[in-house]
Design a protein around this ligand. Structure first.
Ligand SMILES: [Zn+2]
Length: 108
């Protein structure tokens, strides 16, 4: 069961973010970056912010990369970044890099 299936009510996430008080969304360390949604990430977890940034830039598109997937929509991307385990987020980023590589090949 690796398809990420999360469903946090919006208010709960807002409360959780407020409680973080501007610290890393995962480990509450001092953040190194803030992503396109303003979520704080420390240097160790900055890759999750990159995941959000890429989604923002590409209209939160649906990515199906068996066995991993993220549905279309900001909500799913942000949930995946906040709640996905390391393996999930890394695999998605690797898949994204593959897409970026293919896109650049078409341009060249
Ligand atoms: Zn962190």
């Amino acid at each position: 069961m690796s398809h990420l299936n999360t469903n946090i009510p919006t208010e709960d996430m807002e409360d959780a973010l407020e409680a973080l008080d501007g610290l890393c969304t995962i480990c509450e360390a001092i953040p190194a970056i803030h992503d396109a949604k303003g979520l704080p990430w420390c240097s160790e977890h900055a890759y999750r912010g990159e995941f959000v940034n890429w989604g923002a830039k590409h209209g939160w598109l649906a990515l199906e990369l068996a066995p991993y997937a993220v549905a279309q929509g900001e909500w799913f991307w942000v949930n995946a970044a906040m709640l996905g385990d390391d393996e999930y987020v890394w695999q998605m980023l690797l898949a994204i890099e593959e897409i970026v590589y293919q896109e650049s090949e078409h341009v060249a």
